[in-house]
Design a protein around this ligand. Structure first.
Ligand code: GAL
Length: 660
């Protein structure tokens, strides 16, 4: 396990962040060494945006400055996560290769002057990326400071240029084989879209009205595969010169158009970035959501939080300050869910430049600041948790995630703007998190046998194999909740005929959906059990299921809204509308009760988060985060690693890591 090599190298969990010393001078570097020591930094990500310095002109490299920083960091006991700089090509590159600048769907070509101004499919860009990755690997492949390779930064840029069109056609030929098959898949018989040669096919550029949905979905799949291919090229160029683990930093959907399951299989260590998007307890729920996804992408193995917002929360276009104690609480929220440490963006807050207002471990005010004191406290805490390295987390419940289903919900022409993918996953995860549970994410075709409860909040697209897998899961004793607008189309976006959802799943749920009835903007309906709902309703009939709540409005009056079906050894639930939060929480609570799922530490009050990490040798630790403003007595006093002593109560807002 490559993550084990990293923690062995570090002698414990990782603590640190992005380090961009090229913004500063020798005096500051000296202070950096001293402050990193104080904050217990043991890993620094270097070189993410250094292309212009590393290769000042095509093919001429200047490594001296980087040699000096790597040697200095090594002398200071800080290991290096060395990045390839390919997320930000320098101006000379784009002037020499203007065709490598990205083009938007409306045909506008971007210019340099920001970052991420590249097109992944441009041959000149790919050549340059391989070249600079190989040059770095040749020079630093066995540098004693080097612990990890960090390819690129958050692959994010999409493109619709002519290079992309050419690469898209190659991908389409491999997927569909013949033009007939493509025409059939994309349903080009409608609107006179039939293609008679491959050259006629374009990426889904801006058009007069709805773009072809099959074309849009295939473009998303293609772009993810193309990104993976670009990653692999750099990874392999590095591996030719270095035996250290290689990774890239993922930013979970919807920022990047990537199939995260596929990336999880290709990186040596799953690394993710997390930037909270709400203050208070919502930030903790968001951290749990991203951390649970990261662990799931890693197949349950330990992973690493590669970047996080040090002391700010981005909410509604505003950069809000975190509450006192959040730096540690948020860090431990990730560690609890399997992260082998915590890293921030960035070490020292930029004095000027594009991200000068992004909070950092050392703020503009310097070390005499609340931020640096809290960073130092977090560093000390993480340094005490070395014995957790290699331990893993278990979950009895899962939420289904499939990139195809996500991309399918982004195509033009769906029946309501209220249909949503990532928010639906977050609501499902939040209901389980509020119930005190640790949650896995799983693909609908994964083996789900280990889960007692599975939620499928947004599976608009579902393959035959997925539908059959879900049927079998219920038949074998599982409890499955499928939510509205699921199982509606196959992998080509062709509607399931004869009633939704896809037939095998219908059998497990004991319902047949006849028609969708989107609700009006702002419309709120009340179901027969008093719960309220918005956005969506469906006309369905039961085929063996029991109706637990019925519609009470309009033409659906009396029709089933929420159903439950005893099928084989399990239970298939179907919810055909979007319940408001309290009703949804009550429903999820009922599923959990009936399936006998309880939190790891059932006696804790609401607002105290508890996750258990298990070592292969049987040791385990409870990580507790108190989101309440009062102290919480613990069921029994235990040894706390953070204070290295017995702990009888969690302080207000406090954290603990208890040896069980
Ligand atoms: C991340 C990115 C960093 C930095 C950070 C803060 O997504 O990888 O380079 O920009 O956001 O905005």
């Amino acid at each position: 396990m490559d993550i084990r090599r990293l923690t062995d190298r570090l002698g414990g969990l990782a603590f640190g962040g992005d380090y961009n010393p090229e913004q500063w001078d020798a005096e500051v570097w000296k202070e950096d060494d001293e402050l990193m020591h104080r904050a217990r930094v043991n890993l620094a990500t270097v070189g993410v945006f250094s292309w212009a310095l590393l290769e000042p002109e095509e093919g001429r490299y200047d490594f001296d400055w980087l040699d000096a920083h790597l040697d200095r960091l090594h002398a200071a006991g800080v290991a290096v996560d060395l990045a390839t700089p390919t997320a930000s090509p320098p101006p000379w590159f784009t002037l020499a290769h203007p065709d490598a600048l990205p083009v938007g769907p409306d045909g506008t070509r971007l210019t340099h002057g920001s970052r991420d101004t590249y097109c992944l499919t441009a041959p000149a860009y790919r050549r340059a990326a391989r070249r600079v990755a190989a040059a770095l690997a040749e020079r630093y492949g066995d540098h004693p400071a080097l612990a990890l390779w960090h390819v690129h930064n958050e692959y994010v840029t999409l493109c619709w240029c002519d290079h992309t069109a050419a690469a898209f056609r190659v991908w389409l030929r491999a997927r569909h084989g013949t033009l007939e098959a493509l025409n059939e898949a994309w349903a080009t018989a409608f609107w006179s879209q039939r293609y008679t040669s491959w050259e006629q096919i374009l990426p889904p550029r801006q058009s007069q009205w709805h773009r072809n949905p099959g074309q849009s979905l295939d473009y998303s799949r293609f772009w993810s595969d193309e990104t993976l291919a670009a990653y692999r090229e750099q990874r392999d160029a590095i591996r030719a010169h270095s035996d250290r683990p290689v990774t890239t930093n993922l930013m979970l959907p919807g920022y990047q158009n990537l199939d995260l399951w596929a990336f999880g299989r290709e990186v040596d260590v799953v690394c993710v970035n997390h930037y909270p998007d709400a203050p208070g307890v919502d930030a903790a729920a968001h951290a749990a959501f991203d951390a649970d996804r990261a662990r799931s992408i890693a197949g349950g193995a330990p992973w690493l939080l590669m970047e996080s917002g040090t002391n700010t929360v981005y909410a509604g276009g505003r950069v809000l300050a975190k509450e006192p104690g959040d730096i540690l609480r948020h860090s431990l929220a990730h560690v609890a869910r399997g992260s082998e440490g915590t890293l921030f963006f960035q070490w020292r807050q930029s004095r000027a430049g594009a991200e000068q207002w992004h909070s950092s471990m050392v703020p503009h005010a310097g070390p005499d600041s609340r931020t640096f004191r809290e960073v130092t406290a977090a560093g000390e805490a993480v340094a005490r948790l070395g014995e957790l390295a290699g331990s893993t987390v278990r979950a009895e419940v899962a939420v289904l995630h499939d990139s195809d289903a996500w991309w399918a919900m982004k195509v033009d022409g769906l029946p309501s703007p209220d249909l949503e993918y990532v928010p639906a996953l977050r609501r499902a995860h939040r209901a389980l998190w509020d119930a005190g549970l640790t949650v896995d994410f799983a693909h609908p075709e994964h083996d789900l046998g280990r889960y007692r409860v599975v939620l499928a909040p947004a599976l608009f697209l579902l393959t035959d194999a997925g539908a059959e897998n879900l049927r079998r899961y219920v038949a074998d004793g599982g409890t499955l909740l499928v939510q509205h607008f699921s199982g509606v189309v196959d992998e080509r976006l062709h509607a399931r005929l004869g009633g939704y959802p896809a037939a095998p799943l219908r059998e497990a749920l004991g319902v047949r959906v006849e028609e969708h009835r989107p609700l009006r903007q702002g419309e709120r309906i009340t179901l027969s059990d008093g719960s309220t709902a918005t956005a969506w309703s469906e006309s369905l009939r039961t085929e063996g299921a029991e109706t637990l709540a019925a519609y009470t409005h309009g033409m659906l009056d009396g029709g089933p809204a929420l159903t439950r079906h005893d099928f084989g050894g399990g239970h298939g639930w179907y919810l055909s509308t979007r319940l408001d939060d309290s009703g949804y929480a009550a429903l999820v609570g009922r599923l959990l009760r009936e399936a006998g799922v309880t939190p790891d530490l059932p006696d804790l009050p609401a607002g105290v988060e508890a996750v258990t990490r298990h070592a292969p040798d049987g040791r385990s630790w409870h990580l507790l985060l108190n989101h309440r403003s009062e102290a919480v007595p613990l069921p029994r006093p235990s040894h706390d690693l953070l204070t290295d002593g017995p702990l009888a109560a969690l302080p207000p807002g406090g954290c603990a890591v208890l040896r069980t």
